[in-house]
Design a protein around this ligand. Structure first.
Ligand code: ADP
Ligand code: MG
Length: 803
């Protein structure tokens, strides 16, 4: 069955195609056969039942008079031989190929189930399916010398929901497990406690069968049970191993031959007491069997009620599933039994709806598998050896490494890390893996060592332990950003903790490189943005380091830290600063110091400042020249206008000439008009130039102001640092803190010896509040100032002209 096939996925590798359960009917021979009521189809695959009207009274609630049952075959007057051929032969044959098979006989008591299944033990000719199946199995084994096939058998009886081992009387059976239980495992269902007997030949197998049959009869007498009311399951277990050693696969199968209890209905038996109990059990287990069969026949059902009774539970993996399954229904051919016959045929047609998916049960012989793998391993090793010799490699060992070899690799790794070994030769995969493994070992050892060393020297504080951090800060051991402010031995633990893997020597080097990089980038940016200390926070650990207090004087440490720490304000021109001479006892006058400053730390900004200033001056000069030109033009325009006015008054005095509405003027006046027009044009061009220049001047002025501001600010910082602020305090005023020593009012800065215009602008700026809001105010003021200057100049020109 599709829905159950996953149960044993590991074992079923070769799935077959879906197949219907085969249902046959065997009619018990009788002289009183009901020819009028029972008719067989021409193909011998159907039975039609017809009941006469007058007989119908006996069939309660049965209004139907005709039935037709389609089957896989009807066996009427058939010999035991033919029955076996038709019903069992294929199932048994396939069992030897690994397919499970189940053959069940169903029907009312006396209909011939036991006769069909077991046959008569006295007469060989009338032997049933069981002995014939055993015979076929052994005959087929003989035909397959390529396989070592073992056969085992068991014989189980289920009576009143109790399990009986019909072969327990045999001497080879050990102490019986009572009660027997039905156990399920991935391989299938088996009965715990049921004896399973190995039989090497046909005769042994027959002995077992007879033993079982005898026990069945004896038990029915001694235990007072009615044998027709018990179910008997005879199982043949086949296991076939290939005789060629290389094949670790083997197949297993079992053939269940089931002789069910009588299917007659309770009311007819007229039973009482014990018999009633029996009948109830029989009916119950058979109706549970029927329920299971119905469920198996319904493709939509995914739960099959196998565990409702012992019979279906014991047959769980033999009903449907991956089995070849055959149902043989035994019926009477007499009119008096027609009611039971109908009931049996209904069961048979229901069974026909069930489909199975027969599959081979393949398993793996673990022992053989290991042997085969060992063989293959040996072969591959040989192959490797050949490859090694072909590649001219001396004998390489591919076995797992021993302690000495591992220790050698460990030492290689250590030497490699120290730098005393240039490379580790690659030998094989196992060695490469071990090298990596030893890298891990050495790394974790080093980590532990470093941590131990640090713990010996320092008290480690968790970065999230704020109470501890604030206590340390109060004690002055850490700056406000959580950076440690000192180091005890000059080994460079000034910035939180170093990653454990970094070596002290390498670290100092990388620190210096970083510092250089930063100062370079600062230079590249011009001096427009002071490099903030916050950008330098490259502490990597969660844990902070604090020196143990006993380790020395804090101030001492601060002094030393200043020499190496990269968190002090970055010099704008650090290489020069490093050459700075020792600090004098009295500070030099500011103008003198300013000259020094412009030559060292402030050189770059001073250069930019000067550059901007020279551009500004050049623009101013051009503006002044343009203004002069404008004034000259203006003067000439005034003179031309005066001359024109004079000509006009002259003309008016002399009387005007008119020609067709047009004024007649003389040549002199005409030339004057042309000249004035030309002057006006020149004036406009020059005036436009002047306006552009003034905009440029204003922009340059702004740049110059900014540069000056910055220059002075940096100078003040430098001056204070160089001559006033104690060096230990400088550390606590490092970038990142809110206090900067250079934040001194600009008005206090000494005169820079610039031209008057600059001084004027400087004065303006000192009066201005800082911030963007003041810009419009500042611009308006400058414009007014410039306009005033311009008018003043113009007036000057005019006055000069009048003179
Ligand atoms: P069941 O097991 O169904 O109760 P049995 O197999 O015990 O019935 O049959 C009852 C009797 O009928 C037995 O004596 C048996 O030998 C006989 N019998 C049944 N079927 C046949 C048959 N096909 N040919 C000859 N005798 C039969
Ligand atoms: Mg019987």
């Amino acid at each position: 069955m599709m829905r159950r096939k996953n149960d044993n996925k590991r074992y079923f590798t070769r799935m077959g195609t879906r197949k219907k359960v085969h249902a046959f009917v065997r009619v018990k021979p009788t002289d009183d056969f009901a020819h009028e009521m029972i008719k067989y189809g021409d193909d011998n695959k159907s039975i039609d039942i017809h009941i006469k009207k007058d007989l119908q009274k006996g069939f309660v609630n049965n209004k139907q008079t005709d039935w037709s049952f389609k089957l896989d075959g009807v066996l009427h007057n058939a010999s035991q031989d033919l029955v076996y051929e038709t019903v069992a032969k294929d199932v048994v044959a396939q069992a030897l190929d690994g397919y499970n098979g189940t053959i069940m006989c169903y029907g009312q008591t006396g209909a011939g189930k036991t006769y069909t299944m077991t046959g008569t033990t006295e007469n060989y000719k009338h032997r049933g399916i069981l002995p014939r199946a055993l015979q076929q199995v052994f005959r087929m084994i003989e035909e397959r010398p390529t396989h070592a096939i073992t056969v085992r058998v068991s014989y189980l009886e289920i009576y009143n929901e109790s399990l009986f081992d019909l072969l327990s009387t045999l001497p080879c059976v050990g102490p019986s497990v009572t009660p027997m239980t039905i156990v399920e495992n991935p391989q299938g269902v088996f009965i715990k406690g049921l004896s399973v007997h190995l039989t090497s030949q046909e005769e042994d197998a027959f002995s077992l069968l007879f033993e079982g049959e005898t026990n069945r009869i004896i038990a029915s007498h001694t235990m007072n049970k009615n044998s027709s009311r018990s179910h008997c399951i005879f199982t043949i277990y086949v296991e076939a191993h290939s005789r060629t050693l290389s094949d670790e696969k083997y197949i297993t199968s079992k053939i269940n031959l089931v002789d069910l209890a009588g299917s007659e209905r309770l009311k007819k038996s007229g039973s009482e007491g014990r018999v009633l109990k029996e009948a109830t059990y029989i009916n119950k287990s058979l109706s549970f069997l029927e329920q299971a069969i119905i469920a198996l026949g319904d493709q939509k059902r995914d739960h099959i009620p196998f565990r409702q009774c012992k019979l279906t539970h014991a047959l769980k993996d033999s009903l449907g599933g991956n089995c070849n399954m055959v149902l043989l229904t035994n019926i009477y051919g007499e009119a008096s039994q027609l009611e039971e016959t109908l009931s049996s045929l209904r069961f048979a047609s229901r069974m026909k709806l069930v489909t199975t998916e027969p599959a081979i049960n393949e398993k793996y012989d673990a022992e053989r598998m290991v042997k085969n793998l060992e063989k293959e391993l040996a072969l591959l090793k040989q192959e490797l050896a050949i490859h090694d010799s072909l590649a001219n490699r001396t004998l390489v060992n591919y076995d797992p490494m021993d302690e000495i070899q591992i220790a050698e690799i460990n030492s290689q790794v250590r030497r490699y890390l120290e730098g005393t070994l240039d490379e580790i030769d690659i030998i094989n995969l196992r060695q490469i893996q071990e090298v990596f493994n030893q890298f891990r070992v050495v790394l974790s050892q080093q980590e532990q060592e470093v941590e131990l060393t640090l713990r010996r020297k320092y008290t480690l504080i968790d970065k999230n332990d704020f109470a501890a951090i604030s206590a340390v800060q109060k004690a002055g051991l850490m700056d406000v950003d959580g950076h440690l402010v000192g180091e005890p031995d000059g080994q460079g633990f000034g910035l939180g903790v170093t990653p454990f893997s970094a070596k002290p020597g390498k670290k100092a080097k990388s620190k210096k490189m970083f510092k250089e990089q930063l100062s370079t980038s600062a230079r590249k940016e011009g001096a427009s943005s002071p490099v903030g200390g916050k950008d330098l926070d490259f502490s990597t650990s969660k844990t902070q380091l604090t020196p143990s207090s006993k380790e020395g004087d804090v101030k001492d440490m601060l002094m030393r830290d200043r020499e190496t720490s990269s968190t002090e304000p970055l010099p704008l021109d650090s290489p020069k600063e490093e050459l700075r001479p020792p600090r004098p006892s009295t500070p030099p006058p500011k103008p003198v110091a300013f000259e020094d400053f412009k030559n060292e730390r402030g050189s770059e900004i001073n250069r930019i400042f000067k550059e901007n200033k020279s551009i500004l001056n050049e623009r101013r000069k051009r503006a002044s020249e343009t203004t002069q030109r404008i004034n000259a033009i203006k003067r000439e325009m005034d003179m031309t206008k005066e001359a024109l006015n004079f000509q006009k008054s002259l003309r008016e005095k002399q009387g005007e000439y008119e020609n067709k509405g047009l004024m007649i003027i003389d040549e002199e006046e005409f030339l004057l008009i042309l000249k004035l027009k030309d002057l006006k044009k020149q004036y406009r061009t020059e005036y436009q130039d002047l306006r552009d220049l003034k905009a440029e001047i204003q922009y340059c002025q702004h740049l110059v102001d900014q540069c000056r501001h910055r220059l002075l600010m940096e100078f003040d910082i430098w001056y204070n640092e160089s001559f006033f602020i104690p060096e230990d305090i400088q550390v606590s005023l490092k970038p990142g803190s809110s206090i900067r020593p250079g934040m001194v009012p600009i008005s206090r800065i000494v005169s820079l010896g610039e031209d008057d215009q600059d001084k004027f602008s400087q004065l303006q700026q000192t009066e201005l509040p800082e911030g963007p809001d003041s810009i419009s105010f500042y611009n308006a003021k400058v414009k007014t100032e410039q306009k005033h200057n311009y008018l003043k100049t113009m007036m000057g020109f005019q006055q000069a002209h009048r003179k």
